[in-house]
Write a protein that binds this ligand. Structure first.
Ligand code: NCD
Length: 307
């Protein structure tokens, strides 16, 4: 395979064959995570910096863990307690960081487009770990890997994404990936948070939620973001749970072969009933392990093949 990318900036930059290439490598890593020892120090001597200017548990820790399992030196850097607090500009801070001569910069930032901006003037490989409302490519890749391993294939699969499509970089990246692999994507949720414009990305908007759920092979729930309720997008968490959440009544409408997914962090009892988080059809915990495998595959591919 001819890997043509120096960075991982978004799913929108990848070709279908790039996605399959990463999924194949990530699948091998996923298998190896059930064995001992898990360390494969093929990237010993390389180093990475995790630069996170927004909260994160899963993404930050799994990038860190992925780097370590491959033998890399890993530094983590968060905006607070740095010179950004003393008024140093973002550009000067990253230039300073960059002179430490490490190989990969993993970045999460509240502004859309920051990874591209950095890739213009830094010599490191840049990996987007979530930029504003735009993209979260490793999340989409881990979701695709989870789906591929659950179903064996992508053809004929319908994924129903429910929730805050308006503000979700997770959904944007996932819709791009799923449509590239010929899955059907239906989206639903509170009409204030499900813009028709997602149809231009290949998804279909379906109201009410019940109608979409009946067609689902995967029910993919997005986090209800507290700050959205304050902005008046929906009246209360109770109403959200009743009309749009995956509760027992909604779960009864879904096919028995369907799975549940969620990128985390989960609000139990809001977008999903607590008992469904760990039920036998839930892939939520498997997504986390697939995330580690995907990040190992991404680091290896960029360092070994990224031009
Ligand atoms: C998401 C994010 O930060 O974009 N979480 C994640 O990376 N697993 C989704 C969210 O915060 O709702």
């Amino acid at each position: 395979m001819n890997w043509a990318h120096r960075h991982l900036l978004g799913i929108g930059h990848l070709r279908r064959e790039d996605i399959f290439f990463l999924l194949e490598r990530a699948g091998q890593y996923r298998d190896s995570l059930d064995e001992s020892p898990k360390q494969k120090p093929i990237l010993a001597g390389y180093s990475m910096v995790n630069f996170f200017l927004e909260a994160s548990t899963r993404t930050r820790l799994s990038f860190e863990m992925a780097g370590r399992l491959l033998g890399m030196d890993v530094l983590s850097f968060s905006g607070n307690a740095s010179s950004l607090e003393k008024g140093e500009s973002f550009r000067d801070t990253v230039r300073t960081l960059s002179r430490m001569k490490f190989d990969v910069l993993v970045v999460r930032h509240q502004s859309s487009g920051i990874p591209e901006y950095l890739s213009d003037f830094l010599p490191q490989h840049i990996v987007n770990a979530g930029d504003g409302l735009r993209e979260h490519p490793t999340q989409a890749l881990l979701d695709l890997l989870t789906i591929q391993r659950a179903f064996g294939d992508f053809s004929g699969i319908t994924v129903v994404i429910i929730g805050d499509l308006l503000h979700s970089r997770v959904a944007r990246s996932l819709i791009k990936g799923l449509t590239m692999l010929d899955c059907s994507v239906l989206v639903s949720g509170p009409p204030t948070l499900v813009p028709q414009v997602v149809e231009s990305m290949g998804a279909r908007v379906v109201f009410p939620v019940e109608e979409a759920l009946r067609k689902a092979d995967v029910v993919y729930l997005l986090r209800v973001q507290k700050e959205r309720q304050e902005a008046g997008y929906f009246p209360s968490n109770r109403e959200y749970e009743y009309f749009f959440g995956l509760n027992a009544r909604h779960w009864d409408m879904v096919s028995e072969r369907a799975y549940i997914m969620h990128p985390g962090p989960v609000n139990r009892g809001v977008e999903i009933a607590s008992e469904l988080v760990e039920c036998s059809r839930s892939l939520i915990e498997e997504q986390i392990t697939c995330g580690l495998a995907v990040r190992m595959a991404v680091l290896e591919t960029l360092i070994r093949q990224g031009r």
